[in-house]
Write a protein that binds this ligand. Structure first.
Ligand SMILES: N[C@@H](CCC[C@H](N)C(=O)O)C(=O)O
Length: 371
């Protein structure tokens, strides 16, 4: 059960602005209140730090904040609200890879533009997220369509952590409890997430794409049609890379030609990541996974995501990593992949060539923005 609270805020010098005004990244508003719902995991006291009052024209006195007339509501009734000009959302995360989830079942076009998504994802001037995910009507015999905008406004084909959050979001919208699976249409084709009894989500991520031109990469294929442990020059340093698409492109590296193995905690991701992302050999840009082998069933990885930068986890990246580790003979088909935000269980099944990913998806908070 979530708690809804109406709050009013005093601001100086003398004007009274609303939380909605401060919270609206698109335009100002003259209304005086905003409703905020909190997941059970968050306490009311976290309110002060959860609203991004960074606009220097607002001087918010935290001590003047008061909570009025708290009332009980359910997350379902919160999400059912349909005021025009207001976007209700739920923020979710999968191992710290965080997303703004939007109920878009009423339309086949996303309710906000890529530019608006970019603003909402801003961690200082917006809600803060790695992407915005839309739950749209299904197509081609599927239950739903998932679309996503990265935090830079670009649209990727797929998102592994996102599709786990998507499944939990759908269960919440449809008031479903217990085990459920959904057929989800994505830019990577059919993806099937299944909510398990323990609340984790196991996803049939389909088959990896290895053909160089389809990843896509300009690196020449060296193992049938695939690019496996090939040399890639990045700013004068030669890295060994394996290229895998999970619908979206990934470049997986276990290190340079010189080193014996990466120590991923020592990498300067912010410096090296963008050089891979925009490398001329990746015409659609790329996500890059830097991987340390702890054992044949335990990998540790850090990721630089296309369109989002360093994130705490990447589901498609963890899948691509296991595929690359198998192709390079470094690991078996069933691995735990440790990411900065926590572990994912990945299996690349020999019988059907499908990859299965299991991990958590959690609500962070509920909120509304004026559009
Ligand atoms: N974090 C995601 C991947 C999101 C898309 C990616 N940034 C891209 O542009 O391909 C995941 O969990 O898979």
């Amino acid at each position: 059960m979530a708690i809804a609270a109406t709050i009013s805020l005093s601001v100086s010098p003398t004007t009274r602005h609303s939380a909605a005004a401060a919270f609206n990244p698109f335009r100002s508003s003259s209304s005086t209140t905003v409703s905020v719902s909190f997941s059970p995991a968050l306490r009311i006291t976290s309110l002060r730090s959860s609203i991004p009052f960074r606009n220097p024209s607002f001087r918010v006195s935290a001590t003047s904040m008061s909570i009025q007339a708290p009332q009980q509501t359910s997350s379902t009734s919160f999400l059912d609200r349909r005021e025009s000009g207001v976007l209700h959302f739920v923020k979710y995360h999968g191992l710290g890879n965080d997303f703004i989830l939007v109920d878009n079942r009423g339309s086949t076009e996303p309710r906000i533009s890529p530019e608006q998504a970019k603003k909402l994802c801003d961690r200082n001037f917006g809600i803060g997220a790695d992407g915005v995910i839309f739950a749209l009507p299904g197509t081609n015999d599927t239950d739903y369509t998932m679309r996503i905008f990265n935090s830079d406004g670009s649209e990727p084909e797929m998102c592994g952590n996102g599709v786990r959050c998507f499944a939990r979001f759908i269960a919440e919208l449809e008031n479903l409890h217990g085990n459920h699976s959904f057929k989800v249409h994505t830019g990577a084709g059919l993806i099937v997430p299944e909510i398990q009894g323990d609340g984790k989500v196991r996803v049939d991520m389909g088959e990896p794409i290895l053909k160089a031109a389809d990843v896509p990469t300009g690196l020449p294929a060296n193992k049938q049609e695939a690019v496996v442990k090939s040399e890639l020059d990045v700013d004068g340093v030669t890295w060994n890379v394996t290229c895998v698409s999970m619908g979206n492109p990934h470049c997986v590296t276990f290190g340079t030609i010189e080193n014996k193995g990466l120590l991923v905690d020592e990498l300067n991701l912010a410096e090296i990541g963008p050089k891979f992302e925009h490398h001329v050999m990746f015409p659609a840009r790329t996500n890059t996974e830097f991987v340390q082998v702890c054992s044949p069933s335990h990998l540790k990885m850090r990721v630089w995501e296309r369109g989002a930068g360093a994130t705490l986890a990447c589901g498609t990246g963890a899948c691509a990593t296991v595929v690359a580790a198998v192709l390079e003979g470094r690991a078996g088909r069933k691995c735990t992949v440790d990411l900065p935000g926590g572990p994912l269980e990945i299996e690349w099944r020999e019988e059907n060539n499908h990859i299965y990913m299991t991990g958590p998806a959690e609500v962070v908070f509920y909120g509304s923005v004026a559009l």
